[in-house]
Design a protein around this ligand. Structure first.
Ligand code: UDP
Ligand code: MG
Length: 325
């Protein structure tokens, strides 16, 4: 029997948890071929979330929980879940029933029988989200996809079921500032997308303030591109070019009329632009080194192997390569 762990990050979800548990149980009981574990990660909730989880765990052996000392954020909760899941398939689902558990059987079928490594939900609409939030999030994905090394689908959700090897790849990304949407894309693998209608939260309220979202956006962009560090270099080149043009213009005018009047200003301007250009270029060069240092410190693997028959190292990481059996 294949084992499946469903990770449920929970932050102040006491209101909705009993309902969510019942729903998931209903769906899971319709999949007798799998052995399910529900792994709840209590992300420092201040309500009765932990109490409820303990009660559920006492009644149901398939319920496990991890409880954080304080609120560390959904990224941390998902990571803790993935690091502590020991099943063949690992899923992530929100506690608020916005992710319909009814998709789980189909998702499992995709990874079990259709040869996919990941089955992930793709939001088809934005019901229940303000226009302003949709606009901000749309612009954010335009920026990140324009400047970074990865392409993130605007509508990709965290709701997914992954094979063990995918989760191994994800938890072997040693970076501390984690942006899962980026990581899920970065590791690659075969993904089957499941269109999924956005549903209203079953109870409680969203845990994402505008401030939290803004920080999330900055993490996403800074984590996947070093292009902002190149801006001074481009500006510097532009400035040097402008200095050169002005210099030539001044020089030609001097040759033609041999009068210094007016040319003095042009030459002065050219000199200022030249100095500014040099300074900006130096900053840009320093930025290039900084970018390399930044990239190196993330210790991301150079590649991730999906399948092989040589059976050795699945990750080409400088630091901690993990071997697969
Ligand atoms: N969550 C969490 N820690 C946080 C914020 C959220 O574990 O700091 C969980 C939350 O309990 C829920 C999921 O992440 O299960 C998604 O959060 P929410 O529904 O508030 O986000 P939204 O659906 O509004 O984007
Ligand atoms: Mg939600």
């Amino acid at each position: 029997m294949k084992t499946v762990t469903l990770i449920v990050p929970c932050y102040n979800e006491a209101e909705v948890l009993p309902m969510m548990y019942k729903e998931v149980k209903r769906v899971v009981s319709g999949c007798p071929d799998y052995n399910f574990t529900l792994l709840f990660v209590n992300d420092g909730s201040r309500d009765k979330t932990l109490e409820i989880l303990k009660k559920l765990a006492a009644l149901d052996r398939s319920v496990k929980y991890i409880s954080f000392s304080r609120n560390f954020g959904k990224e941390a909760a998902m990571l803790a879940g993935m690091k502590n899941a020991d099943s063949e398939y690992i899923g992530i689902i929100d506690a608020d029933l916005q992710h319909s558990p009814d998709l789980i059987p189909e998702m499992l079928d995709a990874v079990e029988n259709e040869g996919y490594d990941v089955a992930a939900a793709l939001r088809t609409d934005r019901t229940g989200e303000s226009k302003f939030k949709s606009f901000l999030s749309g612009s954010f994905y335009k920026v990140i996809n324009g400047v970074s090394e990865i392409q993130i689908n605007d509508n990709a959700q965290d709701f997914r079921i992954m094979k063990r090897k995918v989760v191994d790849a994800i938890i072997n990304m040693p970076e501390t500032i984690r942006f899962s949407k980026g990581i899920f894309t970065w590791v690659g693998f075969n993904v089957k997308w499941f269109p999924h209608e956005n549903r209203e939260r079953a109870a409680g309220e969203t845990k994402w303030s505008l401030r939290k979202l803004a920080r999330y956006a900055v993490d996403g962009i800074l984590g996947y591109t070093v292009s902002p560090l190149r801006i001074p270099l481009y500006l510097g080149f532009f400035s040097l070019f402008a200095a050169f043009i002005l210099f030539v213009y001044g020089f030609v005018r001097l040759c033609v009329s041999s009068v210094w009047e007016g040319v003095t200003y042009v030459m002065l301007m050219s000199g200022i632009l030249f100095m500014g250009g040099l300074i900006l270029c130096s900053l840009g060069v320093a930025g290039e080194y900084l970018a390399r240092i930044y990239t190196e410190t993330k210790h991301r693997p150079n590649y991730i192997i999906s399948e092989t028959n040589v059976g050795v190292n699945m990750f080409a990481s400088g630091s901690d390569g993990v071997s697969d059996d």
